[in-house]
Design a binder for this molecule. Structure first.
Ligand code: C2E
Ligand code: SIN
Ligand code: SIN
Ligand code: FE
Length: 376
């Protein structure tokens, strides 16, 4: 390709680059998109985007492996990426293995062989390094000064998007944290491990919703809204909520008001997320056959999100110990739930939940792992 054509090609790609990355607010997808675009534009075989984690004094990047991906962390100052982040200067090497700054960690993990590397810093508005762009193994020849200038330009454009996405990320996380803490208030009295119960409700609901084929945003909303389903329990007296034995019919009548209490606390919410939480609170004890409470709704009169939470709530209630009951085994629980398809539960949701069994087991096994780790 001639120089002029090459320049024109790059200009076209540059325009596309700006367009594509500016519409991506999710950090995860943005990083993937950046790596793909930059690799393509620079004619490199690979591209890694490293981000600075100030709190830990590290750089991290996602490394694609045969199956899935892994987060790799390097101390600031270590490796070529660490050098670039620390000094703010670019590095261009033809043979990485002959450069003492190079760290072989990534190669060791992926089995890939790095030869040439061009690395430039990603800087924020104040000129502070927030990350590093690395293009690896130029397909034809070596990276030259023109490549370097171009990569710097891409880094400047990308930095603003990365900063934005990080901001969104923090916002989303603080939003989620607030919701979780709110949910904790309602449940910490009657659960031995509130955080775990809420995590389960959140994860299981999202897994089932995804299995059903709900759109990404709905799945995420459900992930965040579902832990609030029992928020109304804050209004239930200790004498009822914490009773070690069976409730009297009067006590149970009082208990059955918690969906309404919750809905009242969340009603007229402004955000779609809390509106969803309101619908879930109100309807998570409705039964598919119309025998539930508080309204006796039937079938698809019950919002789908509530039908999902109903299934995962009972599942988690049965498989964990409560003040009033012991824990059931997974087998017993699945059998009971299958039996209740069409009665308590939407058969379609039960069907999808059954398909999620491997993921549910994985979540439970992971917890077992962390427990053993902690005991060591
Ligand atoms: P929870 O403990 O979160 O239980 C949620 C739902 O899981 C229950 O809704 C029920 O559908 C199912 N579930 C829980 N434990 C059992 C069980 O041992 N057997 C069967 N078949 N299903 C079970 P439900 O019944 O509408 O209860 C709502 C809430 O009322 C419960 O939330 C719990 O906080 C309270 N509750 C229910 N029964 C009792 C009880 O006997 N004693 C006390 N102290 N609280 C109870
Ligand atoms: C892309 O179009 O962004 C990547 C295509 C490639 O270079 O393989
Ligand atoms: C490093 O920054 O030294 C590691 C380079 C790589 O991404 O392979
Ligand atoms: Fe409930």
């Amino acid at each position: 390709m001639g120089r002029r054509q090459d320049l024109e090609r790059r200009q076209t790609l540059l325009a596309r680059f700006g367009r594509r990355i500016s519409s991506e607010t999710r950090l995860d997808s943005l990083l993937t998109l950046l790596a793909e675009e930059v690799r393509h534009i620079l004619g490199a075989d690979r591209c890694s985007v490293f981000l600075v984690d100030t709190a830990r004094g590290e750089l991290w990047t996602k490394v694609a492996l045969g199956v899935g991906e892994k987060v790799l962390r390097v101390p600031l100052g270590q490796g070529i990426s660490g050098f670039v982040a620390k000094t703010g200067s670019a590095v261009n090497v033809r043979d990485a293995y002959r450069d003492i700054r190079f760290s072989e960690d990534v190669d060791k993990l992926t089995g890939y062989r790095t030869k040439s590397i061009l690395a430039v810093p990603l800087k924020d508005r104040d000129g502070k390094a927030i990350g590093v762009f690395e293009v690896i193994n130029k397909i034809k020849g070596f990276f030259n000064e023109e490549d370097e200038g171009f990569l710097r330009l891409l880094a400047t454009i990308a930095a603003a998007s990365v900063e934005n996405a990080m901001l969104y990320d923090t916002l989303r996380r603080s939003h989620l944290e607030t919701i979780y803490r709110l949910a904790m208030v309602a449940e910490y009295r009657d659960q031995t491990d509130t955080a775990k119960h809420l995590r389960h409700i959140s994860k299981y609901s999202a897994i089932v919703a995804a299995q059903i084929g709900m759109p990404y945003q709905t799945v995420e909303d459900l992930r965040y809204a579902s832990p609030l389903h029992d928020i109304g329990k804050v209004a239930i007296p200790d004498a009822i909520l914490l009773k070690p034995g069976k409730l009297t019919p009067e006590e149970y009548e009082e208990m059955k008001k918690h969906p309404l209490y919750g809905a009242r606390m969340l009603e007229n919410a402004e955000t779609p997320l809390l509106q969803l939480a309101c619908r879930i609170s109100l309807a998570h004890h409705e039964h598919f056959d119309g025998t539930g409470y508080p309204s006796g709704l039937k079938g698809d009169q019950i919002p789908l999100e509530a039908r999902i939470v109903s299934v995962v709530d009972v599942f988690d209630a049965l498989t964990t110990k409560r003040v009033y009951k012991g824990a059931w085994s997974l087998e017993e629980t699945f059998q009971y739930m299958a039996n209740q398809a069409g009665r308590l539960f939407d058969p379609m949701v039960i069907d999808c939940f059954n398909k999620c069994l491997p993921q549910v087991k994985e979540i439970l096994a992971e917890e077992q792992d962390t427990k053993t780790e902690e005991q060591k």
